[in-house]
Design a protein around this ligand. Structure first.
Ligand code: AR6
Length: 176
């Protein structure tokens, strides 16, 4: 599914965030230390190789909502943008912090002259954010940035399951 907001296209697909070769940058659902972990952080660091963790070390720790950019190493992209999502029920206000992840990643991509960015569903795995609620926050945050970008033309959400994809499609359909 795709929808356009001004010059920004938002697309939703099922897939693996570590296998998006046509995107300038992928977003990592990182831990504060920016080290390899489970889920998205595991897949990204595995595909990137040890050079990514090495480049990350001096940039850590990061705070919930913050985004930092690195090279992509063995991944088929130019860059990786690492964000720390809120732990649901602990990092408050969780909705604002989750929205900040998307907004800050988009601004960082745009400032670096990138034209496409792929996101996973930040905080909805190990960090426990309920999927539907997170999808609503994500779509509102991303589409709200459309008017402010100069270089970015495409945002792709890459969801691991058909259920997650559907939930995101519903949330995107609901954006006015
Ligand atoms: N591609 C796309 N989506 C994925 C992939 C993948 N390869 N793998 C998992 N997902 P999570 P978080 C989905 O846990 O909640 C890590 O250990 C997954 O089904 O990766 O922000 C870090 O080190 C879920 O819907 O991120 C942190 O400590 C979503 O991506 C912590 O987990 C996010 O799941 C971050 O937790």
């Amino acid at each position: 599914m795709k929808r356009s907001f001004g010059s920004l296209e938002v697309e939703i697909v099922r897939g693996d965030i570590a296998s998006q070769p046509d995107m300038d940058t992928v977003v990592n659902a990182a831990n504060a230390e920016l080290m390899p972990g489970g889920g998205v952080a595991g897949a990204i660091h595995r595909a990137a190789g040890p050079g990514l963790a090495e480049e990350c070390r001096p940039l850590a720790p990061i705070s919930p909502g913050e985004a930092v950019i690195t090279g992509a190493h063995g991944l088929p992209n130019e860059h990786v943008i690492h964000v720390l999502g809120p732990v649901y029920g602990r990092d408050e206000p969780s909705g604002e912090l989750l929205a900040d992840c998307y907004k800050n990643a988009i601004r960082l991509a745009d400032e670096n002259g990138l034209s496409s960015v792929a996101f996973p569903a930040i905080s909805t795995g190990a960090f426990g954010y309920p999927g539907e609620e997170a999808a609503g926050v994500a779509m509102k945050a991303v589409t709200g940035e459309a008017a402010g970008v100069s270089n970015l033309r495409k945002v792709r959400f890459v969801l691991f399951s058909d259920r997650e994809r559907e939930v995101h499609e519903e949330a995107l359909s609901g954006v006015r």
